[in-house]
Design a protein around this ligand. Structure first.
Ligand code: ZN
Length: 167
């Protein structure tokens, strides 16, 4: 097993910490949790993350910074929408709207998360950009486990639990 390195169609388990290079703020980390397990080469991860980890062995640590084009992409001004506040009347009956709130809209192509960035009496400004769009991201990664993907995992395009069994 130890001769396996990260390449297409391996299942990799990693511990990672993601920080914003400008502020040092941690935006995500597997610390205190199970390692993150993913099937390499099937778009489970942002593209730059896999590229930077290619060829790594179990126990290897890597640290790298991705510009936004290799992470969550640039910010799209067209993804910021003004929605009539009346549309939120039912929700506001239960939960008052606040700036910074994260909600999910039911769109024709499926659920789309957005952040409320501005509120007036009439309008809600909804930002559908990923919260990390337009940001450079630094990752510190340690490879915990590697194995070949099972037939089932390859067919599904995602990693399953230990040994390739379905969760
Ligand atoms: Zn599956």
């Amino acid at each position: 097993m130890t001769d396996i390195t990260i390449e297409e169609n391996t299942v990799a388990s990693v511990h990672y910490t993601g920080t914003l290079p400008d502020s040092g703020e941690v935006f995500d980390s597997s610390e205190g949790r199970d390692p993150l397990t993913f099937l390499v080469g099937h778009k489970q991860m942002i593209p730059g993350f896999e590229e930077e980890m290619m060829g790594a062995k179990v126990g290897e640590r890597r640290e790298f910074t991705l510009t936004s084009d290799r992470a969550y992409g640039g910010r799209d001004d067209d993804a910021v929408l003004q929605i009539p506040r009346d549309n939120f009347a039912q929700l506001e009956g239960e939960t008052p709207l606040e700036v910074g709130m994260q909600l999910v809209a039911q769109m024709p192509h499926g659920p789309s998360p957005f952040t409320v960035t501005e509120l007036t009496d009439d309008t809600v400004t909804a930002d559908f950009n990923h919260a990390l769009a337009g940001q450079s991201l630094t990752f510190s990664v340690e490879v915990v486990e590697l194995r070949a993907a099972s037939e089932e995992e390859l067919a599904h395009g995602h990693a399953h639990g230990p040994g390739g069994h379905h969760h």
